[in-house]
Write a protein that binds this ligand. Sequence first.
Ligand SMILES: N[C@@H](Cc1ccc(O)cc1)C(=O)O
Length: 428
Amino acid sequence: MTNFVEELRWRGMLHDIMPNTEEKLNEGMTSGYIGFDPTADSLHVGHLTQIMTLIHFQNAGHKPFALVGGATGMVGDPSGKSDERNLQTPEMIEHNLKGMKKQLAKFLKFEEGGNGAVMVNNADWFKDMNLFTFIRDVGKHITVNYMMAKDSVKRRLEGDSGLSFTEFCYQLIQGYDFYHLWKNENCLVQMGGSDQWGNIVTGTELIRRKDGGTAYAITTQLIKKADGTKFGKTESGAVWLDPEKTSPYKFYQFWLNASDDDVKKWIRIFTLKNKEEIEALEKEHDAAPHLRILQKALAEDITVKTHSVEALEAAIKTSEFLFGNGSLEFLKTLTENQVLEMFEGIPQFNISKSDLAEGIDAATLLAEKTKVFPSKGETKKLIQGGGVSVNKEKVADVMQVFSTEHLINDQFIVVQKGRRNYFLLIAD
Ligand SMILES: N[C@@H](Cc1ccc(O)cc1)C(=O)O
C-alpha cells in the first residue's frame, strides 16, 4: 500500500479533505467511489482528473468504485451550474450510459476480488425506491435549512433563474448513493471535483444521522489554465474521449498545445510518471523549451491511455505531415474522412475533375479555378519566390501543368504557401 493522499498532494491534485481521511486510508485497503452523470454519450478531458484519481486510488492498493448516474442523470446536478438544466429523456440517458461505461472500463483494472474496480449504476437502487420511503427514511434526516446552506443552492437562490424542486433534491439523492454504498459495499470514501464537496458532505451527514456511521471525503482541484481560459475547450468545442467525437489526432494536438506553465502542472495530474521522471523531463524541457519535451511526453502518455499506441502513431504522423517533413505516402494511406478531419479548419476549395483532366497551369489552378491566391500576378510572385508547393513539391514555374494525375486518392491536392499555410483542393 502507498499513501494515496500524499500522492494527490505532491501532484497538486488535492483540494479538500475531511479530517481523519488520510489516517483512515493509511490503515489499509479501503473502498471509495466517484460518480459520473450521463450528461453526454462520451466523457471529456474534464473528467480525466476524476479518472486519474480512481487510478491512483487503485494503484495505492484501495478498491475503486466507478458509479454511473442512471438515476442522478434523470435529475441534474445544480453544482456549479448557474441555470436549471433541461431534463434528459430516459432513452438519451440509456444511450449516454453505454458510451460512458465503455470508456470508464478502459482506465481501471476490473479483475474480480482484491482491489479490483467495480462499476455500479445508482438506477439499480433507485428504480424501486418508493417516494414515501425516500421522504421518510432519507429526507427526515436532513433539514431544508441544511440543504439550503449549500453553495450550489445558495447561488441559485440569489440568481435570477432559481432552482426547481427537482434539482434541489439532487444532493439528497447523491447523499443516499453514498449511504447505500457505505452500508452495502463498505465504501468509506467519496471523491470528486471541488464542486462536489457539498453533495459529498450531505452523504457523510446522512450516514452519521441515519446510522451513526463515519464516512470520509476528498475533493480534487478543478483544472485551470494559466491564461484564464476554460480547460478542455477548443474553438471546435469540448475535447471528448470518444475518437468519433474528437479524433485521436485532435486529442493529441490539444495536449501538445499546452502552454509551458500549464504543462508542468498537467504532466503531474494526467500521467502516472513519478516525481523523478517528471523532474528529469522538466530539466530537459527547460534547457530547450522550443522542443516541447514536456508537451510531447504528456500528449503521448495520455493519447495511449485514452486511445491506443496505434492511434498515437497515426496522430504523430498526421502532425508530422502538417507541421514537419511528413510524406505524401502517409496521406495516401488515409480514408476520405481521415483526410477531411486532418484538414478541418484549413481552407478548402472545390475543383472539377473534368477541368483537371484537360490539364491546368498553376496560375489558373490557384487563382482562377480556385481562390487559393487572390490573383494570377500574386500567384506568379509567390511561385517565383519559391514559396508554393503542391503535394509537398515546390512549384518551379507558373506554367507547370496539373492534371488528374496529381490527385491523391483520386480526390485531393494539397497546396502549401510557405511551410505552414495549407489549402486543400477537393475534386468532384
Ligand atoms: N454529481 C456528480 C455525479 C455523481 C452522481 C452520483 C453520485 O453518487 C456521485 C456523483 C457530478 O455531477 O459530477
